[in-house]
Design a binder for this molecule. Sequence first.
Ligand SMILES: Nc1ncnc2c1ncn2[C@@H]1O[C@H](COP(=O)(O)OP(=O)(O)OP(=O)(O)O)[C@@H](O)[C@H]1O
Ligand SMILES: [Mg+2]
Length: 336
Amino acid sequence: MSARPNSATASAPRLAPAEDPIIAAREVVKSYGKTTAVAGLDLAIWPGEIFGILGPNGAGKTTTLEMLEGLRAPDSGTIQVAGFDPVREPERVHRVIGVQLQSTALFDYLNCAEILALFAALYGADASPARMTTLLALVGLEEKSRARINTLSGGQQQRLAVALALVNMPRIAFLDEPTTGLDPAARRALWQTIRDIRETGTTVVLTTHSMEEAEQLCDRIAIMDRGQIVVCDTPRALIHDLGADATVRAGVASGTLTLEDIKHLARVVAAELRDRDGAVMLELRTTDAQATLIDLLDLAQRRGVTLSGLSTAQATLEDVFLARTGHRYEGDGMIG
Ligand SMILES: Nc1ncnc2c1ncn2[C@@H]1O[C@H](COP(=O)(O)OP(=O)(O)OP(=O)(O)O)[C@@H](O)[C@H]1O
Ligand SMILES: [Mg+2]
């Protein structure tokens, strides 16, 4: 079972760890023939949080969502969603959830307001024009109320799919890669929409390939790899738990430094000195980039060493992924 959010590091004060999880999964397994898509998954999601499942292609994110949504039965293990079992009580689960599938085929000949009203009617939810306007405004499509779906851009269709997931005022909204394929501005706009959804009290469970999205948007994340959750916590806690919050890099342009010299600099937790085609590069992992930098510059000064290409980088979820899985994250082609 995943750890409860640590109040010292949780990024969202609205998390209420005293409550029971709204979603709980234990030892869930799902295979497709010889492929084990989900290999023993434990999960606890708290009411009112934006929970992200982050992982590369084929990690098992969609399969996990589909099992939580009651669209796919696990081979073994147990799942509870808002107190119901999605396998035995699918109707009860469907009444309290909203679902945006990874690809949604919409009816091209309807306009935005009409398709929302159709979905609302199917759910027995409020299909009034006022409610349709509210939903369209929430996803930034108020101008497109009368636009046919086949005239919307890909990003606008994606936002409409998010609105469709909200027609029945669900307690939990499942969004499968809601921002994939959006341009950076549209992506940020949808992040704000998702935060607005959380403000209405809806728990949001989303999947993403994007480390940046997970870090910026999600209260807590589960990093998934090869069917398993490798780690689950707030982004800040995951980075903090690495034990090194930043990396300092520099080249040695002239003079000499040894590994022994640099590994004792202030706050350094790991040091590397590499010789790349005659160019010596140093890399320091540190809990305090500023203190390390000051110490390094002081050392260079005393030794008559000239440094080049000095840089610092804050640790990111990519570092967490590498540390926890032993391989680099290539989810969005972001790392070569
Ligand atoms: N219907 C299916 N039949 C057979 N194998 C499947 C099916 N759906 C998924 N798989 C396999 O299960 C594994 C997990 O797939 P899943 O779609 O859950 O991954 P994902 O994390 O959502 O990936 P992506 O980021 O590409 O959407 C993959 O190896 C995939 O090929
Ligand atoms: Mg998927």
